[in-house]
Ligand binder design. Structure first.
Ligand code: GTP
Ligand code: MG
Length: 371
């Protein structure tokens, strides 16, 4: 306990060694981490959490490296949690990332960590969300989560984010790679990297067309929600005379209008349709990075101005709680004692002593009585 108080205190002061130590405890699922995490709970909620996802090799790490540099130039303290799902896709990538990110190694305003996780269910999401909480409490202004958009659990990780950047690249085939309908929905900012390659314009057009179709079909993208909230706000701001309220109110309205304008500018106005920004970048040279950061920050400002940030965080957390609850029930079911019980019920069903649903009801009742 005393240890946890000490460790949490040092994390809160922004001590990078304490932060790294607590994250290592998170990684190896050390039960004593929970005490420190609980103590840090009150200090979280200030960082802007940015998720970056896309197909393997699309340049996420190179982009992240450049985003870090740009955010530093804007005086932000930045932390990166790069997920290493130990998948065959990413083999060896982490070493390259380390070398690339080395230039930030002596910068105290940067913290970079790749997260290796155990293969078990829920391990990845849990480790990532706990890590983000640690980094948030440690006072980093921006936290970037880099995760490869292949499996469901990797994509799930970006549900922690306030702003999700979906990366794609030209030349990965006709059916726009990993950007399938489901993944599309989670994107707030779209980035076509490797714009030095042929076919960039085509991918940009395709993504816009997909977004357009989705919006026209009534699919509520996160962006369209944001945009309509912003238009309501800026409409209201125009109606009330600025001199009737106090200075604070005027400043707030000014900010809201600014955010609305910024988001409108970054997104593309297709007549009635408001689409999220689709930007082209060359991560290797840094081209388009400042615009990408502008778009990410405009998105954050828009969320904050409309109150959608609080809503999104609640939705994210509620999803996370549900997932953690499901995982913990599953781990109970996978325990030895439960296996015996499941086995007994299976035997009873096979022997026609009871049917499947009666057996299920018995298991559910026994689980409920336990908790
Ligand atoms: N031509 C070109 N190559 C790029 C660009 N950005 C990154 N690359 C290269 O693409 C390769 C993959 O880049 P990474 O940043 O490791 O990609 P990643 O998406 O992080 O890869 P994984 O983490 O393995 O999924 C590297 O060789 C980069 O140098 C770019 O804008 N143009
Ligand atoms: Mg990478």
């Amino acid at each position: 306990m005393e240890q946890a108080v000490l460790l949490a205190g040092r994390v809160r002061e922004g001590d990078p060694r304490a932060t790294a130590r607590l994250i290592s405890m998170v990684e190896r699922e050390d039960p004593s981490r929970l005490e420190a995490l609980k103590l840090l709970h009150a200090w979280g909620g200030r960082a802007h959490i940015i998720g970056i996802t896309g197909p393997p090799g699309s340049g996420k790490s190179t982009l992240t490296d450049k985003l870090v540099a740009e955010l530093r130039a804007r005086n932000r303290r930045v932390a990166v949690a790069a997920i290493d799902p130990s998948s065959p896709f990413t083999g060896g990538a982490i070493l390259g990332d380390r070398i690339r990110m080395n230039r930030h190694a002596t910068d105290e305003g940067v913290f970079i960590r790749s997260l290796a996780t155990r293969g078990h269910l829920g391990g990845l999401s849990r480790a990532c969300s706990e890590t983000v909480r640690v980094l948030d409490a440690a006072g980093y202004d921006d936290i970037i989560i880099e995760t490869v958009g292949v499996g469901q659990s990797e994509v799930d990780v970006v549900r922690l984010a306030d702003t999700v950047v979906l990366v794609s690249v030209p030349g990965l085939g006709d059916d726009i790679q990993a950007i399938k309908a489901g993944v599309m929905e989670i994107g707030d900012v779209f980035c076509v990297n490797k714009a030095d390659k042929d076919g960039t314009e085509r991918v940009v057009r395709e993504i816009r067309a997909m977004l357009e179709t989705a919006v026209m079909n009534g699919a509520s993208t996160r962006f369209s929600e944001l945009f309509s909230a912003l238009s309501t706000l800026s409409g209201a701001a125009h109606e009330s005379a600025p001199d009737e309220g106090d200075e604070e109110k005027a400043a707030k309205e000014h900010f809201q209008q600014g955010a609305a304008h910024h988001v409108a500018k970054q997104g593309r106005d297709h007549g009635e349709l408001q689409l999220p920004p689709v930007l082209a970048t060359i991560a290797e040279t840094g081209q388009g990075i400042a615009e990408l950061v502008d778009a990410i920050k405009a998105h954050e400002a828009g969320l904050a101005a409309t109150g959608l940030l609080a809503l999104r965080r609640r939705q994210n957390l509620s999803w996370e709680l549900g997932k953690a609850a499901a995982d913990s029930i599953l781990s109970i079911l996978e325990g030895e004692e439960r296996r015996v019980e499941l086995d007994e019920q299976a035997a009873a069903v096979l022997a026609k002593k009871r049917d499947f649903y009666e057996a299920l009801a018995i298991i559910r009742a026994s689980l409920a009585s336990r908790s």
